[in-house]
Design a binder for this molecule. Structure first.
Ligand code: ATP
Ligand code: ZN
Length: 285
């Protein structure tokens, strides 16, 4: 079929950002509340809204061609699907949490203990690699209350700020894996479907590149231009335009978000003035 079906979490921590990314790729669709399916108006894409845990399995079976899930779920379910692209949102850790007062030094302290988790496979593999013998209690939700109700000595759960652990009297003791949302695909896409996937990836990359960069405009005296250009790697080289004021120019370029503050400081030192910074919606290199 000349269309791709993408599985997206129906409601949860991945849903909003997944749909936002689709929207930023210029793909329009209307999803009535509670609907399980939708079709894009202007791109050969259909949406299936599912529980995140079911997504790797549906993609493996070919019910969906693509899916967006957390790496943690992808690794836990061990399905035969391809990780196509890391998406940069829903970043979190899968960590060991223990009682705040436990003077925890390393994983060896879990030997002979019991650990509650919704990720028995990832935890099991981690314990095995470290030669730890611990009992795994698989529970599907509210893992963090297990120690306080006497169900387990420790937990292995998703952590981002750590506030959920903290409010349950626990602390983050060890990080087992880092995770973010990823795009996965099945292994049997037709040539036509691969083509659509590549078009989608092209758009996703333009959106991501836009987010990782800023557009920068500044004024500088002409004698500073060479030094300023050396500070602005840009896409090729900066645009330099004369200002109405004699001896001054305006420079336009692109800077990486994570180098931004450092570059700004250097630019100021080199004589740049009236620095304007604007977000980039899409960037095609
Ligand atoms: P479902 O009902 O679809 O099974 P769920 O309760 O299993 O939902 P969510 O809590 O919505 O799942 O989390 C979905 C994914 O989002 C997780 O697998 C993880 O990758 C990521 N995630 C979970 N908690 C956080 C967090 N606090 N910060 C960032 N990302 C998170
Ligand atoms: Zn889930």
């Amino acid at each position: 079929m000349n269309t791709l079906k993408i599985a997206i979490q129906k409601s949860g921590r991945l849903s909003e950002d997944s749909l936002k990314l689709i929207k930023e790729c210029g793909i329009k669709f209307s999803n009535g509340k509670g609907k399980l399916k939708a079709v894009a108006d202007n791109f050969p894409l259909e949406f299936l809204f599912l529980r995140d845990d079911d997504i790797p399995g549906y993609v493996e079976d070919g019910v969906a061609d693509l899916g967006i899930v957390g790496e943690n779920v992808l690794v836990e379910y061990e399905k035969n699907v391809k990780l196509v692209k890391k998406l940069g949102f829903s970043k979190c850790r899968l960590s060991i949490g223990v009682d705040r007062n436990w003077d925890y030094k390393n994983i060896k302290e879990l030997d002979g203990k019991s650990i509650a988790t919704s990720y028995p496979k990832i935890l099991g593999n981690y314990l095995k690699q470290n030669n730890i013998n611990a009992e795994i209690h698989e529970i599907s939700g509210s893992v963090e209350i297990a120690p306080s109700i006497g169900l387990a000595d420790a937990v292995c759960d998703i952590v981002s700020s750590g506030s959920t652990l903290l409010s349950n009297g626990l602390k983050e003791a060890d990080v087992i894996m880092r995770s973010e949302a990823v795009l996965v695909s099945g292994n049997n896409l037709s040539a036509e479907q691969e083509k659509i996937l590549n078009q989608l990836l092209f758009r996703m990359e333009a959106v991501q590149a836009g987010k990782n960069n800023k557009y920068i405009l500044l004024n500088a005296p002409n004698e500073s231009i060479d030094e300023i250009i050396s500070l602005l790697p840009g896409m090729k080289s900066p645009t330099v335009l004369p200002l109405a004021m004699e001896g001054w120019s305006s420079l336009h370029s692109v800077v990486k978000e994570d180098e931004f503050w450092e570059v700004i400081e250097k630019l100021k030192k080199a004589g740049a003035q009236g620095i304007l910074v604007a977000p980039i919606e899409k960037m095609i290199v």
